[in-house]
Design a protein around this ligand. Structure first.
Ligand SMILES: [Zn+2]
Length: 221
């Protein structure tokens, strides 16, 4: 509960805090502003973890006055990494704040999920990690129970270096072929001048974009 008129006994408060710590450790949530964890496992689909996100705000970011009051909460469903192969959802009640001076409202934010997003940073980091291995996006999406588009967006977010170079071939090109998965042969091509800068991303890049290099592109040089 976010607001309670009756003061809880000290012992019960201690238990709540220790339970919160255990759940927080288990879910790898570092944000201490997330409290009152409750796990509900009644439905057959996702495992739901309920929690509250609240903290104090003293100054209004819009008018700068000290007239902020707590004004209810907004519940959001956040995808967190699976727990023992079960799909897990964090149902987070985010505190809403109202400035009595200017009427500006804001909702509490946490580093575990980006503003207005519903997929936790931990899930995104997991997807990023999987994208460096030789797996299809469909398979990664299935593992994290997200859409293929989400995986694709994450790949784009990895940066410009992981995008294919459509604007022509580099002046110096290193090429090779190798046996990859099973009996399949793959072709790799690396921009010789940039090899140092994206060395650790090279495998991801080549396997995703350069494996099937169009003949037209090769015949240019
Ligand atoms: Zn204000």
């Amino acid at each position: 509960m976010l607001q309670s008129s009756r003061r809880k006994p000290i012992e019960s408060e201690k238990n709540d805090m220790s339970q919160d710590k255990s759940t927080r450790d288990l879910l790898q949530i570092k944000d201490q502003n997330i409290i009152n964890f409750k796990v509900q496992d009644t439905s057959r689909d996702a495992l739901r973890i309920y929690a509250d996100l609240t903290y104090s705000v003293s100054v209004c970011p819009r008018c700068g006055k000290h007239k902020i009051v707590k004004n209810g909460a907004k519940s959001v469903n956040i995808r967190i990494p699976n727990i023992s192969e079960r799909t897990a959802l964090l149902v987070l009640r985010k505190q809403r704040f109202l400035c009595k001076a200017c009427g500006h409202t804001q909702i509490a934010q946490t580093p575990i999920v980006m503003k207005q997003h519903q997929i936790s940073q931990n899930v995104k980091h997991g997807i990023t990690k999987e994208l460096t291995t030789d797996r299809s996006m469909v398979s990664i999406a299935a593992q994290y129970n997200v859409s293929t588009n989400t995986v694709s967006r994450q790949l784009v977010a990895l940066g410009k270096q992981t995008r294919p170079a459509y604007n022509g071939l580099p002046s110096s090109l290193c090429i090779d072929e190798f046996r990859s998965t099973g009996d399949q042969m793959s072709f790799i091509a690396i921009d010789a001048k940039k090899i140092r800068s994206y060395h650790h991303l090279a495998w991801t890049k080549e396997q995703r974009y350069w494996r099937i290099l169009p003949k037209s592109l090769l015949s240019k040089e």
